[in-house]
Design a protein around this ligand. Structure first.
Ligand code: FAD
Length: 503
């Protein structure tokens, strides 16, 4: 088999020969799934960011962990091949690509696991690492009326893809990120070993893989904590003329807390029209004070309830909670939606954007965690100056609590207990402006470093080892040690550009 792989790799200019060799390699790997040549038009060379296109040697559709293990072991027998798990390819900077290596399409394993269990008297579900969160939601609700506790805003992402980063949304202030809501994983390591891990069984692998940017293993199964699903959600937006988020205290009584910045103008994407939840209502800017800044703040909240709850009880509970928020009088918007409708809200945005042809535009996105101690500076420079005319997409900002994150995972966080996720989610038409937006993002990161802000990139993208060392800070040694233990030849997730493949 080694001879066969070596021959194919060193002969990769002979395309027709490759076709024949696909069946040879398929047989030599003894795959239950399927394999095809890497092609620039294949999903393996693309991601949501649309900024990179890197051609792999092969795209593998495994049937399960055994196939993945065989592929990793075969790569290990060559001097240079790498392996990237591809979840749903919703990375921005080619993180799920493997130039000249194997890309593993995890979606082919999405049906492999779906089992309800009780762990320590609490319900959990075993799901495939390649399952989409939206499918996990639909199946958990329809079969058990249960649902995971912590989400991302958008659910066409895989379980393994978000757990390799963190997975955050408006529930994270209460339950922590998705990485704080799993109790067990099955992982294929960079040595090709199939290993079950948890807080008590192979904990170093368990915590390493969570937020580990795919560096230590490929998640083939995850055990996710569940809770009773509500039927309905009261979805609320309130407007602030000054930084609500800086003074806002966490209120544990809402089930979801997010926020976004919008421009004080009628821009359809970033202006007043982006605030109203109910399309028949118009934003009434006459409520705003005379002297307001170019950007305004919208706090987005959700309150869960059941169909059996009395409407007056829900109204009372919501008014009590909203009453203490001190937003601009009259600038409140609210709707009642089903729980599924709420969690699938970005799917509707996707459908509209696809219909308008903008969903497939390049997305030079920037996500950061910024410590509360530095958010005023960040707001003054980035939102009020650099982004004051909008960015062609949402500008999210909401608070997270460090104590809800487990410091044993690989995620790098700012120092302070309260920090904000800041997401600049640009949709940019193809053309020269894309590079300009990438450069603007770079400027923001450079400014944060220069000013010594307590911040980390979320979904980080660096090229130089020095930058990665700074990113992980005092966790770098642990990260390197985990790599040496679980993927000593640096076979996995080369698209993150942290380690170079060795022999
Ligand atoms: P991919 O992009 O396919 O992979 C990401 C990385 O994980 C790669 O390095 C890959 O090799 C590795 N990987 C993939 N699968 C596995 C696996 N099974 N085991 C180990 N490693 C694996 N994030 C949030 O936290 N909150 C949000 O609200 C949110 N909203 C988003 C909305 C949109 C429209 C988009 C495009 C992204 C959003 N994200 C959000 C970011 C998203 O969580 C990450 O980009 C995530 O990595 C995407 O998942 P994926 O399945 O597409 O992974």
């Amino acid at each position: 088999m080694i001879a066969c792989l070596g021959r194919i790799v060193h002969d990769n200019d002979a395309e027709s020969k490759l076709d024949n060799d696909v069946s040879t390699i398929f047989n030599s790997l003894n795959l239950q799934g399927s394999i095809e040549n890497g092609d620039v038009s294949s999903i393996a060379s693309k991601d949501f960011g649309g900024l990179y296109s890197i051609k792999p040697l092969y795209l593998i559709r495994p049937s399960g962990a055994d196939d993945i293990s065989r592929v990793v072991k075969a790569a290990a027998e060559t001097p240079h091949l790498t392996v990237a798990a591809r979840g749903n390819g919703h990375s921005i900077n080619g993180q799920a690509m493997a130039g000249g290596g194997y890309v593993i399409d995890m979606r082919s394993t999405e049906e492999n696991h779906f089992k309800l269990l009780t762990v320590n008297d609490s319900p959990c579900i075993d799901v495939s690492g390649g399952a989409l969160w939206e499918d996990v939601l639909r199946r958990c609700i329809s079969r058990f009326r249960l649902a995971p506790r912590s989400w991302t805003d958008y659910l066409s992402l895989t379980v393994g893809g978000t757990l390799s980063n963190a997975g955050v949304s408006g529930q994270a202030f209460r339950y922590g990120p998705q990485t704080s809501n799993v109790t067990e994983l099955e992982v294929v390591t960079g040595k090709g070993d199939i290993t079950v891990c948890s807080e008590t069984q192979n904990p170093e692998l368990f915590f390493g893989v969570l937020g580990g940017l795919g560096q230590f293993g490929i998640i083939t199964r995850a055990r996710v904590k569940l809770q009773l699903a509500p039927d309905m959600v009261r979805w609320i937006r309130v407007v602030y003329a000054a930084e609500f988020l800086v003074s806002q205290k966490e209120d544990e009584s809402f089930d979801y807390v997010e926020g976004f910045i919008f421009c004080n103008n009628d821009d359809p994407i970033n202006g007043w029209p982006s605030v109203q939840l109910n399309s028949d209502q118009e934003f009434n800017q006459t409520h705003l004070p005379q002297t307001v800044s170019p950007v305004l703040y919208c706090l987005e909240l959700a309150f869960h309830y059941r169909n059996s709850d009395q409407p007056s009880t829900v109204d009372m509970a919501v008014s009590r909670l909203v009453g203490g928020l001190g937003f601009v009088d009259g600038l409140i918007s609210q709707v009642d939606v089903s729980y599924m409708g709420f969690l699938l809200r970005v799917k509707r945005v996707e459908q509209n954007a696809k219909a308008n042809g903008v969903w497939d535009n390049p997305h030079p996105w920037l996500n950061l965690f910024v410590s509360k101690s530095d958010i005023v500076d960040f707001d003054r420079t980035v939102f009020k100056k650099m982004a004051k005319n909008g960015i062609g997409g949402p500008m999210l900002i909401y608070p997270l609590l460090r104590s809800k994150w487990d410091s044993r995972t690989s995620v790098a966080l700012p120092e302070g207990e309260i920090f904000y996720i800041v997401a600049l989610l640009r949709f940019v038409p193809k053309g020269p402006s894309v590079e300009k937006k990438v450069a603007e993002n770079r400027e923001i990161v450079k400014w944060c470093i220069k000013e010594g802000l307590d911040f980390k990139l979320y979904l980080p993208h660096y090229r130089a080892k020095e930058d990665w060392k700074r990113h992980f800070g005092n966790q770098w040694t642990r990260f390197e040690k985990r790599k040496a233990n679980f993927d000593p030849m640096a076979i996995l997730a080369p698209g993150q550009r942290i380690f170079k493949r060795t022999n």
